[in-house]
Design a protein around this ligand. Structure first.
Ligand SMILES: [Cu+2]
Length: 239
């Protein structure tokens, strides 16, 4: 599940619902009007005597103009409001006051990643730091001084090719510190539903919440040249 908790599912459903309603209204309106205002058989195609470059002031409707402005504004403010907690959760910086994952773990201290039902988000006592670097066209992982159990790097065969492999421990919050050797890449932890750009000479970060025992792929989701599609790594989360 990773960062994609029930809170995000609710958010997704809400966005899909409003998109459908607005789409239905807009295209329904458009569809209706394009027939309603079509010139009838034998009728002049310009019954309103519209002139090019002249706005038909007599049709101005302030109430409609205001409604057209205020209704979408209210919807946008509402959608921004409900997105706030999930975005704050994804973008929270390490060691920040709003941090959900505590400080960096001391040696031997357990991250203890847990799902908080009330918040609908994950929380942890502390987090472990890992490194990710993008190259044309492969990934390099760095476990720094973490124990083998918490983080291990090896190689694995994916579609007949040797590719890097990252092993993580379930129940641990990881903070990935990332950059690129050359161009922009973006590691996508497919099963966790998270991705973030990596850039040359600039550090970016992302939370990697290893909550379940599972194996999945890490793909590049920022087009980076010829072998972009083969910039694959294996990730496994063990108990
Ligand atoms: Cu790439």
């Amino acid at each position: 599940m990773g960062l994609i908790t029930p809170l995000y599912d609710d958010l997704w459903n809400e966005y899909v619902l409003w998109s459908a309603l607005v789409g239905l209204f807009t295209f329904g309106w458009l569809y209706h009007h394009s027939f309603y205002y079509t010139a009838k058989e034998g009728e002049s195609p310009n019954v309103d005597n519209l002139q090019v470059g002249v706005f038909p002031k007599e049709y101005d409707n302030l109430k409609l103009e205001l409604a057209w402005f205020i209704a979408p504004l209210i919807l946008i403010i509402y959608l921004t409001y409900i997105s706030w907690a999930p975005l704050d959760n994804i973008w929270s910086a390490a060691n920040s006051e709003v941090g959900y994952y505590g400080d960096e773990c001391e040696t031997g201290e357990s991250s203890n990643l847990m799902f908080n039902d009330d918040l609908g988000l994950y929380e942890a006592n502390c987090y472990e730091v890992i490194g990710i670097k993008g190259y044309q066209w492969y990934w390099e992982f760095d476990c720094f001084d973490l124990s083998e159990d918490l983080c291990a790097v090896s190689t694995t065969t994916i579609e007949g090719k040797d590719q890097p492999h990252l092993s993580l421990k379930a129940g641990t919050a990881y903070f990935a510190v990332m950059d690129s050797n050359d161009v922009t890449h973006a590691p996508w932890f497919v099963s966790l539903g998270i991705k973030e750009d990596v850039l040359p000479q600039q550090t970016t970060t992302q939370w990697v919440l290893a909550d379940e025992v599972e194996n999945f792929l890490l793909l590049c989701t920022e087009y980076c040249g010829d072998d972009h599609a083969y910039m694959i790594a294996g990730v496994s989360v063990h108990a």
